[in-house]
Design a protein around this ligand. Sequence first.
Ligand SMILES: [Zn+2]
Length: 512
Amino acid sequence: MPSMSSLISRIRWLVLAAALPGTLLAADLQIEHVTIVSPERATPMRDALVRVHDGRIVDIQRAGSATARSRRDANVIDGSGLFLAPGLIDSHVHLGEIPGMRSDQEAQHPEIARAAWDQIPRSFLLYGFTTLIDLISTPQGMARWKSHDIAPDVYFCGGAALMDGYAMNYAPKPQRYQSWPYMLIEAGTQAPDGIDPALHTPQAVVSRMKADGAICVKTFFERGFGGVRNLPVPKLETIREVVKAAHAVGMPVLMHANSDEAQRFGLDAGVDILAHGLWNLYQEHSTTSEVTPGIKKILDEELARNVGLQPTMQVLYGLRDVVGASFLSDPRLTRVLPSNLIDWYRSPEGQWFHVAVSEDMKLPADATPSQLEHAADEEFASVIDRGKHVTAYVVARHGRILFGTDTPSAPTYANPPGLNGWLEMHRLLEAGETPAEIFKSATLTNAQALKLDRDIGSVQVGKRANLLLLRQDPTQTIDAYAGIAKVILNGRVLDPADLAASAAHKDPIDGK
Ligand SMILES: [Zn+2]
């Protein structure tokens, strides 16, 4: 006889199923005869049966074993010839804005904005990203993301920027003080009108983040670049206090640090993860893009202390390609961006960031496409090269590489959702990571670094059913993510054909 609690839970199921007609809540999911590829396994598990109940993996066994049999009460997928892998995690994204579109432009083009917001979550899923970490967000930002019918799971860090420092400098005053609720105000600094500095000490900021549901703290060490220079940076003691407060409540601390000076500072402050490769050289006077003795010293210490590193090499390509003239012709964009958004990017208004970066580079306004391509290559070649060499140095020594893209790193259309992750994988391959290492960086390593490995990061009983059914083995080729068979999000089976932006142009012949 069923116990009272199981009766109650069955009743709850019926109520839920009735309340949400057409969803897959009613039945379990069973994937049969599939090959499991998971980062904690030395070898794939062939001919496996995986059972999913209530959005979690509840059973894994050999398909041929005595207790394994097809169950009529489940939605069964024949996984013959397919690989089952954990969904990918991008541990560095920014989800608050449409890439390349300012909020005032968004307000002027509500139809384009609606299409974009509808598509962005699907594009991440299309390339296998079932979990995203927004490194600068708020509960309000997260609620907006979660309001989409189909969207990757999302977590956030609070952005502990120094008052008026990077990256809050880009927002106008005084609105920036509202949009950066976790800013730090150091002792001896005049607080803005109406802001109580006691609420902006390291301890107060970290406590508030924790209470708001953040899983991590994002800090910054950046004096500026492009047209912005001489921004204030935090004192070492301030960030040490942030780290202490964060660790006391179990939160890892990330630091925006892309130079020798910044990574040295991050090491001294004791942060857990350095966001970005070391591609700017400020302390050492050298123009080489090779790993210099000064860089080597910093990287060796990062390796010795097992600091997490997010190379985010697409950041630089996202700037290079917004200056160049060919990116918007890439046919892959039509899979991840609605056509009206691509058209808008091509318009004079949509070219605003291209104009801004070109002006920073002092390019003539009437430069031809080939002049632009050439200038973009020249401008970014040395930082791209240094980023690659630094990543290669760490990869060769088995450093703790976390997969993160920083999508979008700036208001650039050249960091498109989902596709940008796949492009980052190509950069990591160029820096020497194998497909198997990239797979691990983007799953278990990320999950462990962000303390999410109880729930995600591998195909194991008890974990959330965020899974990918792939036609190729992802430990052998990153092409596996470019033609995914099915994306499974908390047990819900999604067809990539329905996730692609171009799906909007197809006839809905299958009645969905
Ligand atoms: Zn970022």
